[in-house]
Ligand binder design. Structure first.
Ligand code: 3Y8
Ligand code: NAP
Length: 250
């Protein structure tokens, strides 16, 4: 069988894996949803846009003769991950997920943990605060239910129109650093950080900065994802491929 790998991407780890796959000269395609204007370039062919649900993904797997799928999407990309489980089962294509363990609160952290974004919105009820809302763009509208706060938003692209009367926007994509996030939060006199429990390294700087500044964090737990094989490092993905007899070019 001639290997043809599909990497469902959009994370730091997916980009590291793409580099390892390119170096091993394994035929692969990297997939983005098309959420942002200029996604990071990759050293392997890239496709952008949804597949059209699990059926659309099954069709893609057959049409492109995909032999292995690596779901290296973000832990909050639950729909994509669920579709990958269904489509790989339907087409009998091996699937592995490259995931990041959730961040754990340390002794110096002051986290309030909520199960999902709706619960985070509800827990923002109460008097005016200066909130660093670093959860991206897609769910901002839900937070409009709490307009009494001053929000600092960090977005990948310049938004057109924002659902808050009092907010400031920083357009930046990670990975970020704790030092820069400390300065940002001090300059904006932030008194609460709202974050998804993304895990990994690319988004944790604001959590480290909050700890060092002694600020509380509203931490949003990740959504449930159907069971599938999971590993935590690109190297483990490469040995999974090796296990299937894929020539790693070494
Ligand atoms: C389009 C593709 C790489 C990947 C980099 C990681 C790290 C930097 C930190 C903050 C939190 C947030 C957000 C974030 C981070 C990495 C990683 C990560 C968080 C890009 C990218 C795409 C996206 C989509 C985007 C979402 C948004 C979420 C911003 C590329 C840059 C908040 C998640 O405007 C929008 O529509 C943005 C949408 C989904 C969450 C949301 O709900 O808005 N990511 N982020 C992917 C696609 O089209 O398929 O350009 O690289 C990737 C990265 N974002 O290779 O360097 O691995 O997690 N991304 C969160 O974790 O809370 C920012 O600001 O502190
Ligand atoms: P999602 O809610 O799970 O997916 C919604 C739909 O978007 C999917 O059903 C699929 O459409 C399409 N899609 C998602 N990821 C895709 C991919 N890599 N390639 C092709 N289509 C994809 O996903 P999301 O939370 O919007 O995340 C979108 C992208 O941003 C992913 O690449 C993810 O890794 C990245 N990202 C997300 C977050 C986050 O906080 N959610 C953070 C960092 C990076 P069809 O059903 O039409 O196939």
């Amino acid at each position: 069988m001639t290997p043809h790998l599909l990497i469902l991407g959009g994370t730091t780890e997916a980009s590291v894996l793409a580099r390892a796959v390119a170096d091993a000269r394994i035929r692969a395609v990297f997939s983005y949803a098309g959420r942002v204007d200029k996604p990071r370039a990759q050293p392997i062919p890239v496709r952008v846009g949804g597949f059209g649900g699990a059926d659309g993904l099954s069709h893609f797997l057959r049409a492109e003769a995909i032999t292995h799928v690596v779901d290296a999407t973000h832990p909050f990309a639950a729909q994509m991950s669920a579709n990958a489980v269904v489509a790989c089962a339907a087409t009998d294509v091996p699937l592995i997920a490259l995931t990041r363990a959730p961040w754990q609160a340390g002794p110096k952290d002051s986290w309030a943990v909520v199960p999902d974004i709706a619960a985070a919105v509800a827990s923002l009820a109460g008097p005016h605060r200066r909130v660093f809302l670093a959860v991206g763009r897609m769910h901002l509208a839900m937070f409009a239910a709490q307009p009494q706060h001053r929000y600092l938003l960090r977005l990948v692209d310049q938004p057109d129109g924002l659902p808050f009367p009092d907010c400031q926007v920083v357009v930046d994509r990670g990975p970020f650093t704790a030092e820069a996030d400390k300065d940002l939060m001090k300059n904006h006199d932030i008194d609460l950080v709202v974050s998804k429990n993304a895990g990994g390294t690319g988004a944790r700087s604001k959590i480290d900065a909050a700890r060092e500044l002694g600020l509380p964090v509203l931490m949003i737990d990740r959504p449930a994802i159907p069971p599938r094989a999971e590993v935590q490092t690109p190297a483990q993905v490469m040995s999974w491929l090796d296990h299937f007899g894929v020539d790693l070019g070494v």
